[in-house]
Ligand binder design. Structure first.
Ligand code: PEP
Ligand code: MN
Length: 337
């Protein structure tokens, strides 16, 4: 159920709606819009009689929400969500380029990559310090040491940093350094982790699970919003299909549907989406032309020596060319890069 307030509704009238929702044993979620406030209701098992709310002062209407996800849905919040981090806006026509190595390996590797991507127009530095690897024998990341290097790169370049949070045990240490928390594909349905980041006041980028439907992905995002954290970004990073020529199948086809269904910003990660460096630029161009709010790409000074995801890493000259191409498309799309 969504309770729509009149445009001039007072804070006291909004609070009275929230109290009525609490008295029924449900949770109120006030959502401020450009014109008026709406209050989402969660926790109800069946329908609620609209007149419970429409009889209250300041209420314009009370409408049932048809989707199983509520707070992420455009039915509840028609306007695009814009997330701001360290002066960078994501969403509502603001496109953010997130670039950097798959893993933080050394100080030199990370700082040189950060400086290069910043110089050519990246807005946010990516880099993994806690790596969820398929094999326990592969490089697992530098852990807090990697976060310290990322923080140094932030100080040097001014770019905010995004890094993966792998489990609830490392939440405090990752929150100490990160500007945006990344939840990886393998953790998309780690519900305790989703609840834990939902209680923090940091933007979260939720990657789509390896074999998750759009609905499962949005329900995972709903876990975060339902705990109070509204700053969620969705990231399409490819799904597993029958195709084995590419690492994953980048599902660009879902994006217009996703855009129509949710107000949350949408980012595309073509690096994991295809798994080979030459695919990254064409897919980035396609994603930008589709109207996404950001791209995440992996860049490495020497991809052949990378400790993770080398085959999909862009070299420095490839990143430079990517940004040139993207600027051309941004001009056509009327968005700023
Ligand atoms: C990553 O960003 O390096 C990563 C591990 O991504 P994903 O969770 O999409 O596999
Ligand atoms: Mn990677």
């Amino acid at each position: 159920m969504l309770v729509l307030m009149k445009s001039g509704a007072t804070p006291a009238q909004i609070e009275s709606v929230c109290q009525t929702i609490r008295d029924l044993g449900y949770a109120p979620h006030p959502i401020e819009g450009a014109i008026r406030t709406a209050v989402g209701v969660t926790g109800n098992k069946g329908p609620i009689e609209p007149s419970v709310f429409t009889r209250l002062d300041g209420v314009a209407d009370a409408v049932p929400v048809s989707q199983p996800f509520k707070l992420v849905s455009r039915e509840v919040k028609p306007e695009d969500t814009v997330i701001e981090v360290g002066g960078v806006k994501i969403g509502g026509g603001h496109v953010a380029i997130m670039a950097g190595p798959c893993s933080v390996e050394t100080r030199e590797q990370t700082l040189s990559t950060a400086e290069h991507v910043k110089k050519h127009g990246a807005h946010i530095l990516r880099g993994g310090a806690f790596k969820p690897r398929t094999s326990p024998y592969e490089f697992q990341g530098l852990r807090e040491g990697g976060l310290e290097i990322l923080a140094e790169a932030r100080d040097k370049t001014g770019m905010p940093i995004i890094t993966e949070i792998k489990d609830t045990d490392s939440l405090d240490v990752v929150c100490k350094y990160a500007d945006v928390l990344q939840i990886g594909a393998r953790n998309m349905q780690n519900f305790s982790l989703l609840e834990a980041v939902g209680e923090r006041d940091k933007p979260v980028m939720l990657k789509r699970g390896l074999s998750s439907t759009m609905k499962e992905w949005l329900m995972a995002a709903e876990y975060i919003l339902s705990r109070g954290n509204r700053k969620v970004i969705l990231c399409e990073r490819g799904i597993r299909t029958f195709e084995t020529a590419t690492r994953n199948t980048l599902d660009l086809g879902v994006l217009p549907m996703l855009r129509a269904t949710t107000h949350l910003p949408i980012v595309v990660d073509p690096s994991h989406g295809c798994g080979y460096a030459k695919g990254v630029t064409p897919l980035s161009r396609a994603a930008l032309a589709l109207g996404v709010d950001g791209l995440m790409v992996e860049v490495h000074p020497e991809p052949s020596k990378a400790l993770s995801d080398g085959p999909q890493a862009l070299t420095f000259p490839m990143f430079e060319k990517l940004m040139e191409d993207l600027r051309g498309i941004a001009g056509i799309m009327g968005v700023e890069l």
